[in-house]
Design a protein around this ligand. Structure first.
Ligand code: HEM
Length: 397
């Protein structure tokens, strides 16, 4: 073990430069070796597909209960009470995941399909009354907010806090840098609103939120746990899909031939959603903590080490993907780690896919061409690759 020293990299993975355009840095990380030492943060890093995927799958060695951000909950007070899903290990995780998987089962989600399609078509009809619009502020930030809060059964007043809150949650997985501090300062009110919104008495009947409290009534969890499980949907279910849809539009504007293919063959939309998550992974990174001394690719990772897994870099690893920087609807996307892998693999991936399919399907039905009219503007976040603006012009069918 460790006959070759682990390469050290000095770059801060959470610097403005890396967060706005991470891909050159990801190449350096992958080329440096299967395991690297990130001296700026004093953590190990992995960016190659094989090592990222096998670490995600090995939840007993690389645990989540000590936080999936840079903070080690064994040494530091968590920023907020930990998630009972994302920041939990078995056996607790088995129980909470079981409750939520039943509520968000694919067959139940399909019940939303016709309503979500109708809302998507309405939005696209309105947007295409003008020949250009902002695909972020007028589309990807708008559509999920028109369907997701209703599906959860959230109170009407104050829903605009959801994006601020989600953005702060994803910032908090990174270091306490300027981006975190700015997000944190503006999120106080949003956090208070979310805490209220998750309470049983504030959730509307018929929504997924009340389903969680029904599980509490059956004795599957306590009411306090139910509140925190509803919070997971609000933390993870908005800014992720907003940026997933934004990146899919970006991919299609940058690859007009793929847009043509998708219009000619609408069944490709499903693949397009996963290919865009592979191509520009909304969730860029998550941490784990080594529960015991372990070996990865011949290198020792000592017990209690924090390890940064670069999901987005794994999804563009040329050792795994041919022409990885190309958004390509003819490739097989299965196996990408943009939704994670193993026991923590995204609970909401069916929701995310359905939302994106509905809105991009409506766009493809209505428009023959979509072109970018200005450079996209990035919104920096410590975990998400996020967009602030993407002005586009469309030509109608
Ligand atoms: C494009 C959209 C989305 C992306 C890219 C995404 C990505 C991810 C990733 C990478 C993980 C794994 C975390 C880890 O291994 O530590 C995850 C977990 C999770 N996601 Fe998503 N997500 C998306 C949408 C959603 C939605 C709509 C929901 C709504 C319910 C959701 C809820 C969750 C939850 C609760 C977890 C934790 C699951 C667990 O630990 O068992 N996500 N997501």
């Amino acid at each position: 073990m460790d006959t070759n020293p682990i390469p050290t990299l000095s770059m801060d993975p959470f610097s403005d430069a890396v967060l706005s355009d991470p891909y050159a840095f990801h190449g350096e990380l992958r080329d440096a070796g299967p395991v690297v030492w990130l001296e700026h943060l004093n953590v190990y890093g992995m960016a190659r597909f094989d090592e990222v995927r096998s670490s995600l799958l090995d939840h007993e060695t690389f645990v989540s209960s000590r936080g999936v951000g840079v903070a080690d909950f064994a040494k530091e007070e968590p920023w907020r009470p930990p998630s009972l899903l994302l920041e939990a290990d078995p056996p607790l995780h088995d129980r909470t995941r079981g409750i939520m998987s039943a509520i968000l089962a694919p067959a139940r989600l399909r019940l939303q399909e016709s309503l979500w399609r109708e809302r998507a078509e309405e939005l696209i009809d309105n947007l295409t009354e003008k020949d250009s619009f902002d695909a972020v502020t007028e589309l990807s930030e708008v559509y999920p907010m028109r369907i997701f809060p209703d599906a959860v059964g959230l109170m009407d007043e104050g829903r605009e806090h959801l994006l601020t809150y989600a953005s702060a949650v994803f910032n908090a997985f990174g270091p306490r840098n300027k981006i975190f501090e700015e997000g944190n300062a503006s999120s106080k009110e949003a956090s208070a609103w979310v805490a209220e919104a998750c309470k049983r008495e504030n959730l509307k009947p018929g929504g997924w939120g009340q389903d969680v409290f029904a599980a509490a009534d059956r004795g599957e969890c306590t009411s306090d746990e139910a509140e925190r499980l509803v919070r997971s949907m609000l933390s993870a279910g908005v800014d992720t899909t907003v940026n997933g849809i934004g990146h899919l539009v970006l991919a299609l504007t940058e690859h007009p031939d793929e847009w043509e293919k998708l219009r000619a063959e609408p069944r490709l939309i499903r693949r397009a959603v996963d290919e865009s998550i592979r191509w520009d992974s909304t969730v860029q990174t998550f941490f784990r903590t080594a529960s015991h001394d372990t070996e990865v690719a011949g290198h020792l990772i000592p017990k209690d080490s924090k390890v940064l897994l670069f999901l987005a870099a794994a999804n563009r690893d040329p050792r795994k993907w041919e022409n990885p920087e190309r958004f390509d609807l003819s490739r097989t996307t299965s196996g990408h780690v943009g939704f994670g892998a193993g026991i923590h693999q995204c609970l909401g991936q069916v929701i995310a896919r359905l939302e994106a399919q509905m809105i991009i399907g409506a766009l493809a039905k209505r428009c023959t061409r979509i072109t970018r009219v200005a450079e996209p503007v990035r919104r920096l976040n410590n975990t998400l690759h996020a967009l602030a603006s993407l002005p586009v012009r469309v030509e109608l069918a």
